[in-house]
Design a protein around this ligand. Structure first.
Ligand code: HEC
Length: 124
């Protein structure tokens, strides 16, 4: 079979990339199964085992109050990237954690809040 017009062919390839682009440009999609592994690999679990907070029990990373403080993944991602240095929460910059890793960890963190608590403060 002939490949046909090479210009049309490259346009087709471009169109496929254009169709895929919004998924990556609009933020990486997180995978909670990868996230759970990263959560321990990145040492989060040392301080936040099962979504708790060993150093500041008033700041668990699950539950309705938590979801309310961080209603969207952007705000949550910024917090994890910057950390809270004076309170003992380390910063996880791009040198330590890729955007994909961050999205996966966030997906796992969100999954620790039971659906009932999340539904009270439903954002998406
Ligand atoms: C050395 C201990 C430690 C490690 C490791 C750690 N954290 Fe924290 N984290 C804290 C402390 C302490 C706070 C509470 C800071 C405060 O009092 O405001 C916190 C706060 C947070 C919060 C905000 C909670 C809130 O309600 O404001 C999130 C989300 C969070 N951590 C996620 C993570 C993730 C994800 C990781 C791993 C990538 C991680 N933490 C690693 C100690 C840690």
């Amino acid at each position: 079979m002939k490949t046909g017009n090479p210009i049309l062919f490259s346009l087709l390839i471009l169109a496929i990339f254009a169709a895929l682009l919004p998924c990556s440009a609009g933020g990486v999609k997180g995978d909670p199964k990868r996230g759970v592994k990263l959560f321990s690999a990145m040492t989060c679990d040392i301080c936040h085992l099962n979504g708790g907070n060993m150093q500041n029990p008033d700041r668990p990373i699950k539950g309705a109050g938590f979801q309310k403080r961080y209603p969207d993944d952007v705000s949550l991602g910024q917090l994890i990237r910057k950390g809270i240095s004076d309170k003992g929460m380390p910063a996880f910059g791009r040198d330590r954690m890729s955007d994909q890793d961050l999205a996966d960890v966030i997906a796992y963190v969100r999954s620790m809040t039971p659906a009932a608590a999340a539904a009270k403060k439903k954002t998406k």
